[in-house]
Write a protein that binds this ligand. Structure first.
Ligand code: G3H
Ligand code: 13P
Ligand code: ZN
Length: 307
């Protein structure tokens, strides 16, 4: 059953848990997400980036998600992730496929981000579509040499209040030290929890954590054993995710962990069974591994059994 982001995040907000938002580019990743949701009886957010749309086609990937959502009783959100291209966000809203869009104006000057987000919100709300917006730059704590520099890039709590009030967005992505991709930290996983606490106390809408992959050790080991060169990869620890959820994060974005699991599954299978050329056989372990990773994430976020 397709629902809006607002619907499931308000429930998560009241219940003090977070819902996983998983990036998909193909049928196999969608199969893994839906299998995990079914096994965990969890609500789920299926999201496609601009790159996913370029790769698979908006209508094509949208049709797959709609079919999957029709076959389950669980609440499913179909969300556009990081819509930076204004026209593409408008196209997604008008397509009748998405129940939620993210307009990512984080690279725009503050006033322009507000103005563009506000226009998107008006357009989306007229069609009962939710809007996630972003304020601050999603970047790692180690990307900044000084606290002053960090302050200038991370989400400012007072600015966030004004931003949400002026734009009318339904959810806000915050910058507190996570970053996209497998290489998030050189040392231990560190987030600006004091800032998150202040944002949560000041802002009323559900908050979103991007760059939340954990790079699970066992999956990374499997991947590197069979040739993938990501030995230095380090994600957000499970304890940090738990703490972020306890401090009010209600949507947690995960892509990298699925990529690593997909990669590990394929590499191992091709190594063990070099005689197989059937893509259905080759991709099966990748789907199984992604399903396992997604189930673990759902348990961690507390959305298992909430579907
Ligand atoms: O936020 C980034 C997501 O991991 C999507 O990545 O733009 O390569 O599809 P992508
Ligand atoms: P990861 O790279 O940590 O999986 O983050 C994904 C994300 O934030 C998608 O918007
Ligand atoms: Zn992101």
């Amino acid at each position: 059953m397709l629902v809006s982001l607002k619907h499931i995040l308000e429930k998560a907000h009241r219940g003090h848990y977070a819902v996983g938002a998983f990036n998909i580019n193909n049928l196999e990743t969608l199969q893994a997400v839906m299998a995990a949701a079914e096994e965990e009886q969890s609500p789920v957010i299926v999201q496609t980036s601009e790159g996913a749309i370029q790769y698979a086609g908006m209508e094509e990937i949208g049709a797959l998600v709609h079919l999957a959502a029709r076959k389950t009783k669980l609440p499913v959100v179909f969300h556009l992730d990081h819509g930076k291209n204004y026209d593409l966000v408008v196209e997604a809203i008008q397509s009748g496929l998405y129940t939620s869009v993210m307009f990512d104006g984080s690279s725009l000057p503050y006033a322009e981000n507000i103005a563009a987000t506000k226009r998107i919100v008006k357009m989306a709300h007229a069609k009962k579509i939710s809007v996630e917006a972003e304020l601050g730059a999603i970047a790692g704590i180690e990307d900044f040499v000084s606290v002053e520099e960090r302050d200038a890039h991370f989400t400012d709590p007072q600015e966030a209040v004004e931003f949400v009030r002026k734009t009318g967005c339904d959810a806000l992505a915050v910058a507190i030290g996570t970053s996209h991709g497998p290489f998030k930290f050189k040392g231990e996983s560190r987030l600006d929890f004091a800032r998150l606490k202040k944002i949560r106390e000041a802002v009323g809408v559900p908050l979103v954590l991007h760059g939340a992959s954990g790079v699970p050790t066992n999956i990374k080991k499997l991947c590197t054993k069979f040739g993938c060169e990501i030995a230095a990869a380090k994600g957000v620890s499970d304890s940090s995710i738990k703490k972020a959820v306890s401090l009010g994060i209600n949507k947690v974005n995960v892509d990298t962990d699925l990529r690593i699991a997909f990669d590990a599954g394929i590499r191992k299978f091709l190594h063990d069974r070099p005689e197989v050329i059937d893509p259905r056989e080759i991709l099966k372990p990748a789907v199984a591994l992604m399903t396992k990773v997604i189930r673990q994430k759902m348990k961690l976020l507390g959305c298992s059994g909430k579907g």
